[in-house]
Write a protein that binds this ligand. Structure first.
Ligand SMILES: [Zn+2]
Length: 338
């Protein structure tokens, strides 16, 4: 039994999206430099194609009645580095249609990638895919507009209305392309610097979501941070609560410690699980409630973690807990045996 909230899926050829575009948009995209970039664009999420890892041999689905995987079309996330925002929206609509047609099944559902530049269109896209039963979650490509901003309200409102979780995942162009959010400190020269610092994107957006009251406005919104690890959470939550206690009169709409919002509305996936191998270094600082926020996300096939890696590094008890937590994050029934 597997519940995987971070399984990646790719479009092999951009030409395969053309049936989901108007003729004029097809002509717009029908240029060699774009068509030939599909592999490079898909590699952004690995941060650098210099890093080559063995691919997971685990089946992507249909191997177990209880299994369920979100399939993230990560090519869509990289529109946070696109200059042409109208073309980006057209690309996302075609990609979501392609995903709905190819990747929706009883054990897999695609993540709908929305436009950070057109939240009204995005809200309609969420409702349309949800009504068709072909959406498992919603992913907003990250920009410099933090997730706590009211800019995102139409997308959050549609998520709550359709009972779909928000999945937050880096595209790999953060800190690299204009339009995508910068990373802390400045411009980093290397791919491994950027990869090391990706958790900062999660930390920044958690601070924004909690302090700016997004979850006060949308108390039923579920948010899954995937690909950022999780062992850094206790120190962040301590700091969030500490500053809130000192300055809470500045943000009177936050009436409870910010950590409560994290412990109620957010989940965090395990990849890279090797970061958590030394359990004695982090487990003691994880309360029972915080342990309930950790879910399994393989990040496969990009140097991903298989379930056997979870068993090796965290043990069977954690593996069972991760699947139970994963079901809660997706508001799905808890599978038998968990
Ligand atoms: Zn991933």
């Amino acid at each position: 039994m597997i519940i995987d909230v971070d399984r990646h899926a790719t479009v092999e050829r951009y030409q395969d999206l053309f049936p989901h575009m108007s003729l004029s948009w097809r002509k717009h995209f029908e240029r060699d430099e774009w068509l030939e970039s599909v592999t490079v664009a898909g590699d952004h999420v690995r941060v650098s194609d210099r890093f080559v890892h063995e691919q997971s041999t685990e089946s992507p689905g249909q191997d177990d009645d209880d299994s369920f995987r979100l399939l993230l079309p990560h090519h869509g996330l990289a529109v946070n580095g696109w200059a042409d925002q109208v073309a980006a929206r057209t690309f996302l609509e075609a990609l979501n249609s392609y995903a709905a047609e190819r990747w929706a099944s009883t054990s897999t559902l695609p993540v709908v990638v929305v436009s950070p530049h057109d939240t009204a269109w995005s809200a309609g896209e969420i409702r349309r895919r949800a009504a068709a039963g072909t959406a498992g979650a919603v992913a907003p490509p990250l920009t410099s507009t933090m997730l706590g901003s009211q800019h995102w309200n139409p997308i959050f409102e549609a998520c709550v209305e359709t009972n779909l979780p928000l999945v937050v995942h880096f595209s790999g162009v953060e800190g690299r392309y204009s339009g995508a959010p910068p990373l802390a400190g400045g411009v980093h020269a290397s791919a491994f610097s950027r990869l090391t610092l990706m958790p900062h994107l999660a930390e920044s957006n958690i601070a924004s979501l909690t302090y700016e009251g997004a979850l006060v406005r949308f108390p039923e919104l579920r948010i899954i941070f995937t690909g950022f690890g999780f062992t850094w959470l206790p120190s962040l939550l301590w700091r969030l609560d500490r500053e809130w206690r000192t300055f809470r009169h500045d943000i009177p709409w936050v009436t409870e410690p910010p950590s409560e919002q994290v412990l109620t509305n957010m989940w965090f996936s395990t990849w890279p699980v090797k970061e958590a191998t030394n359990t004695e270094e982090w487990e003691a600082s994880f309360t029972e409630r915080l342990r309930d926020r950790v879910v399994y996300g393989s990040h496969s096939p990009h140097e991903g973690d298989a379930v056997k890696d979870i068993l090796t590094h965290l043990g069977g008890e954690w593996a069972t807990r991760l699947m139970r937590n994963g079901a809660a994050s997706l508001a799905r029934p808890i599978p038998a045996g968990v």
